[in-house]
Write a protein that binds this ligand. Structure first.
Ligand SMILES: Cc1cc2nc3c(=O)[nH]c(=O)nc-3n(C[C@H](O)[C@H](O)[C@H](O)COP(=O)(O)O)c2cc1C
Length: 280
């Protein structure tokens, strides 16, 4: 699919064909896309774990559910869990990733990069992030569980940024292959126990993956606040001028699509509920 059209067709899909699994090669393609996502400070934070729904017991499925993730967890045949291993920041302190990129001509003297800069500036900068005194528990304490180890708040910020980028690559790679997907919260404690997640990994919402159980339109493109409230130029709050001709071009390219709700959406939702045995 063309990029603009992938962006346009991506929307959170909450009805999946429960009986239609996802081809392994399509799952691998998603992982290959994530593998090529940009890397925060050259730190290899991202860890991704793929689970087929049918490998989990009903008890484990129930434990994963949250108030905002219910039927879609039962319907999606594949879950892609995202984590960031915060210990990788410490592993990066030896500067090896920076040196490799210097050797490959990616980080260059034109931009201040050389062996000395790695030793005197770049790795001490990483060290300062690791040692920053503004510290928070990696995991807040919860019933019956101790809080995780303390890490700097900045480490968590970088790690979460890495996960967010990975999630977006995954979503676009899914829709590019004609799949349906949604990021959806799960109980992070249950997921940690079920999946055997190491202590230094922080979680985010997994991607539920499958084929559309609802129409691809899924009722139309979802609402956002006005463009001018989100995008600015020169100085806040001066809005970025939204050129109508560009909007028209992006509409032709399917990035901008008809907004929700379609006139037939509520009938579709009722029909889907009946088809899948869900509450109406
Ligand atoms: C990190 C993250 C977590 C999300 N968790 C949930 C969730 O638990 N349940 C849900 O129904 N939607 C969840 N969503 C989907 C959003 O609700 C959705 O993206 C938003 O309504 C915008 O609609 P769109 O994705 O269709 O454009 C999540 C989205 C993100 C980015």
């Amino acid at each position: 699919m063309e990029f603009k059209s992938v962006v346009g067709w991506r929307r959170s899909i909450r009805f999946f064909d429960p009986w239609r699994g996802v081809e392994r090669e399509k799952v691998q393609c998603i992982l290959e896309a994530i593998y090529r996502a940009p890397r925060v400070l050259e730190v290899d934070f991202v860890r991704v774990l793929v689970v087929e729904r049918d490998r989990l017991s009903p008890e484990k499925m129930q434990a994963l559910k949250t108030p905002t993730t219910t039927a879609q967890l039962d319907m999606a045949p594949v879950y892609v869990f995202f984590y960031a291993d915060v210990s990788m920041l410490e592993s990066a302190l030896n500067g090896a990733n920076f040196r490799e990129l210097i050797r490959l001509g990616v980080l260059n003297p034109s931009h201040g990069w050389n062996e000395r800069f790695v030793a005197d500036t770049a790795t001490p900068y990483l060290r300062a992030v690791v040692d920053d005194p503004d510290r928070v528990p990696l995991r807040p304490p919860s019933a019956g569980e101790e809080a995780g180890p303390m890490v700097s708040r900045e480490t968590l910020r970088l790690a979460r940024t890495a996960i967010g980028i990975a999630q977006e690559y995954a979503l676009l790679a899914a829709f590019d292959q004609g799949l349906a997907a949604q990021l959806s919260g799960v109980s992070v404690n249950a997921a940690r126990a079920i999946l055997g997640i190491p202590d230094t990994w922080i979680p985010s919402s997994p991607m539920l993956l499958g084929y559309h159980g609802e129409s691809r339109e899924a009722g139309g493109q979802r609402p956002r606040e006005p463009f001018e409230e989100d995008f600015f130029e020169l100085r806040y709050p001066h809005p970025f001028y939204r050129e109508p001709a560009v909007v028209q071009r992006l509409t032709a390219a399917e990035m901008i699509q008809a907004p929700a709700p379609f006139s037939w959406r509520m009938n579709e939702v009722r029909g889907l509920a009946r088809k899948f045995g869900l509450p109406e």
